[in-house]
Structures are given as structure tokens and as C-alpha cells.
Design a protein around this ligand. Structure first.
Ligand code: GLC
Length: 438
């Protein structure tokens, strides 16, 4: 009897605790909680705070999206939680939080390579019920981007934008008809231009040991006709094509056209050097364009052009990237979280992302939007649309982080000269096979 009472009072305490938390106020602030629970009969004026996490946004897009959303939803306040810019570090921060079943964040952006892993680990909420209730038409989305958020027949994340690697160049230093088309032409042009027009380097890329290195490596490998895994998930990296591609990567990284510490460069280091006018060329994602034209940050406003990445023997290849948005399974405010996800990944949110962030929409209809095209004229170019459509995905496997780490370590060693490219691909073949057969 006593025991039963104890249990029920514990349950009561728990229920009360939950009610207080779901008022949307910080549980640490007792006074606010009290005030709010007195207000429950006046639900419509109750303001719910949700926390939205994503990596550092160098552009104004996130700020603008939150501002527009809060204007439309006066009862929902969005607090932005900045996560590490390095996608691997961001991944690990979420995993730590979600493993502890933390409700600290409500909405989070997921790199296209994570949704299956997060769904399998039970970190995210399936969105199908919300999608159905609100009649969100999934057929309007880019189906490849949508599929990245689908796992075991359920939609776990909504696609926010697509990324594909591109070559950005300085229009004041490189005439349009002289834009390099092959990696060798790029090396030559970078050597000639290094030091001209106030530049310090010839080429910028991402070569630190992290996820971005995998993206850069995939582009070299694929431009020479190589693959890491084929569409049946056979490990095919030990091929003459992949070797040739990686050798070109090593040649560029070891050349004097890139900064001598290029193996410490992720996106922020490379984009900063570019917008400060230090290089005629950079490999980066589409956001680079908006950033380079941001008067408050950039010294090269109006002087940036976009082209497909240089080709190898096979042609030009861009890695498929992009971000999705998901809801923390432990969120105390799933309804409000969904409203934000729906807004951000819907036409209004994606339009703001495209205009202020230079991000490519996952709603193809937006490529016809005049305001978006005005902000990103290259969205209308055939080369850009083709690069998006032909972008090469990274291996699509549920234990992707493990596979990625194998690639990162071995490619880094090849770049540092600790392994030959032949040894690096042999290691990758063996280790990725073992990871996939687990
Ligand atoms: C971009 C891409 C993402 C990729 C990351 C690597 O954010 O959208 O898919 O993993 O860069 O740094």
C-alpha cells in the first residue's frame, strides 16, 4: 500500500514537472513557471520557446528565417543554438545530446548523410503524421533530396537545401572564356594568377581531416571515373581511375598554389580567404556566392563567377551535399517544432535561404522565382542545374560515419605523404569492406 502511494506520488510529481516544462519556459526559472501554469486557461497567449540547432551560418539566412517565422507565429519563439561548423563535430555533439535523451534542442539540421543513422538510433521523430495532417505535398520536392530523409519507409527529415561542389572564380582576374575546364588547366591558371590582383594563393579547397575532405576526394575520384562503392554497395575504390583521381588531389594539395597549411582548411577558412580577396579560385558549395557578394563581409562584391568543377579524364564531378531538418524525439514541443520545420523547408523558408544564404532549393519550382534568380543568377545556368542533377552521393550506408572516418584517415595520410595513393586505396578497400560486412 505504502509502496503504491509512493509510486503514485512520484508519478504526480513527474506529471507536474512535465506540465511545467511544457509551458515552454526554462525549467530552471521557477518564478516564470509558476506564472505560466496560472495562465493555462488562456492558451492562445502562451508563448512556447523552441530551440533550433544548426552549424554556424556565415550568411544572414538563419536570422531572416527565424524573424519571418516568428512574425507569422507570434506564439512561438525560436532560439538559435549555434553548433560547430565542422559537420563531423556537429554530428558528435548531437549524438552526445541525444544519447542522453536530452530535450535541450527541439529542431536540428542534419547533413544529408545522417538521417538513416539518426532514425535507426531513435534520435528523431517520424514526420509522416504531421506531413499528412497538414497536406504537405512531397511530390513537389526534389526526389533525391527527399529520399535522403527517408528510411524504412518513413520520412525522418525534410530537405532544406541541396549542395554540390562548384568552382568559384574572380571575374576581375579570370575572363569567362579562360575559366579552367580541367584540373591541369586549373593548376596552370592558379600558378599564373597567384600573387596577381592582391592574391596570396592560386586555389582554395577543403583538405583538413574531416567530412569535407571526403567531399573533395569524391570529386577527384569521380572526375576520373572512379567510385568508392558502386550502387550495389560493392567496394570498388581500388581502381586505376580512383588512384588517378587521388593522385591529382595529392598533386594539387602539395603544390604551391594552395596555402601551405591547406590541410587545416575547412569551409570557413577557405571562404574567408576567398572573400578577403586572397585567391582567384576556390572549390566550395553554392553559399559561397551570396557570401562573396555580402557587402558587410566581402572585399570581392560583384567580382565572383561560378563554373562546374574542373574535369578529369571522365568529366566534371560534384559531390552531393545538403542539409535536412528534423525534430528531436525527446522534444517537449513537437507540434511547435513541426511548424518551424514546415516553414523552413516550405517555399517561404527556402526562398529566404536562397536569397540570403545562396542555398539551392529542394523545391524545383523555386528555380523559376525571379527574386531568387536575381540574388543567384547562376541558378539559371545550365551548368549549375546539370551539376545539381548529376551530383555524386557519398556511400549510402547506415554506418556512414565509420566509412567516412576510414576515408578521412587514409586520404589524409596520402596527402601528408605518409602513404602512397596505391597504399591508401588498398587500405580503404580492406577497411571499408570490413565495415560494411559487420
Ligand atoms: C556541406 C554539405 C554537406 C557536407 C559538408 C562537408 O555542408 O552540404 O553535405 O557534408 O559540407 O563539410
Amino acid at each position: 500500500m505504502k509502496k503504491a502511494m509512493k509510486v503514485s506520488s512520484a508519478m504526480l510529481a513527474l506529471t507536474l514537472g512535465l506540465t511545467a516544462c511544457s509551458s515552454g519556459q526554462d525549467a530552471s526559472n521557477g518564478t516564470k513557471d509558476k506564472k505560466d501554469s496560472q495562465k493555462t486557461d488562456n492558451k492562445s497567449s502562451e508563448v512556447v520557446k523552441i530551440v533550433y540547432a544548426r552549424g554556424q551560418d556565415a550568411t544572414k539566412a538563419t536570422e531572416k528565417i527565424i524573424e519571418a517565422f516568428e512574425k507569422e507565429h507570434p506564439n512561438i519563439k525560436v532560439e538559435f543554438r549555434e553548433m560547430p561548423a565542422d559537420t563531423g563535430k556537429q554530428h558528435d555533439a548531437y549524438v552526445t545530446m541525444l544519447n542522453a535523451q536530452s530535450s535541450e534542442i527541439d529542431v536540428m539540421d542534419l547533413d544529408v548523410v545522417w538521417p538513416a543513422e539518426f532514425a535507426q538510433a531513435g534520435y528523431t521523430l517520424p514526420l509522416d503524421r504531421f506531413i499528412e495532417q497538414d497536406g504537405v505535398d512531397l511530390s513537389k520536392y526534389n526526389q533525391g533530396a527527399l529520399a535522403a530523409g527517408n528510411f524504412n519507409g518513413k520520412q525522418w527529415a525534410m530537405p532544406k537545401f541541396i549542395d554540390a561542389g562548384m568552382l568559384f572564380y574572380r571575374t576581375d582576374l579570370v575572363p569567362k572564356d579562360k575559366v579552367p575546364r580541367t584540373w591541369d588547366e586549373l593548376l596552370k591558371a592558379a600558378k599564373e594568377l597567384k600573387g596577381k590582383g592582391g592574391t596570396k594563393y592560386g586555389y582554395l579547397m577543403q583538405a583538413k581531416q574531416y567530412e569535407g575532405l571526403v567531399c573533395n576526394a569524391v570529386e577527384f575520384i569521380a572526375s576520373y571515373g572512379g567510385q568508392i562503392v558502386d550502387k550495389n554497395n560493392n567496394v570498388v575504390i581500388n581502381s586505376p581511375q580512383a588512384i588517378k583521381g587521388l593522385k591529382k588531389m595529392v598533386e594539387i594539395v602539395k603544390s604551391d598554389v594552395v596555402p601551405s597549411n591547406i590541410t587545416t582548411f575547412t569551409e570557413p577558412e577557405s571562404h574567408t580567404a576567398f572573400i578577403e580577396g586572397q585567391s582567384p579560385f576556390i572549390r566550395n558549395w553554392p553559399y559561397q556566392y551570396a557570401l562573396a557578394n555580402d557587402k558587410e563581409q566581402s572585399k570581392i562584391v560583384g567580382k565572383v563567377g561560378v563554373a562546374p568543377l574542373p574535369a578529369g579524364d571522365k568529366g566534371s564531378a560534384a559531390t552531393l551535399g545538403g542539409w535536412m531538418t528534423a525534430i528531436n524525439k525527446y522534444s517537449k514541443h513537437p507540434k511547435e517544432a513541426w511548424e518551424f520545420v514546415k516553414f523552413m523547408t516550405g517555399p517561404e523558408g527556402q526562398k529566404l535561404s536562397a536569397i540570403y544564404g545562396g542555398l539551392a532549393p529542394t523545391l524545383p519550382e523555386l528555380f523559376k522565382d525571379q527574386d531568387i534568380l536575381k540574388a543567384n543568377p547562376f541558378f539559371a545556368e545550365e551548368g549549375f542545374v546539370n551539376a545539381l542533377n548529376a551530383a555524386v552521393p557519398r556511400p549510402v550506408v547506415p554506418n556512414y560515419p565509420e566509412v567516412s572516418e576510414i576515408i578521412q584517415i587514409n586520404v589524409s595520410k596520402a596527402l601528408a605523404g605518409e602513404l602512397t595513393v596505391e597504399q591508401a586505396v588498398a587500405n580503404m578497400e580492406k577497411e571499408i569492406k570490413a565495415a560494411l560486412n559487420k
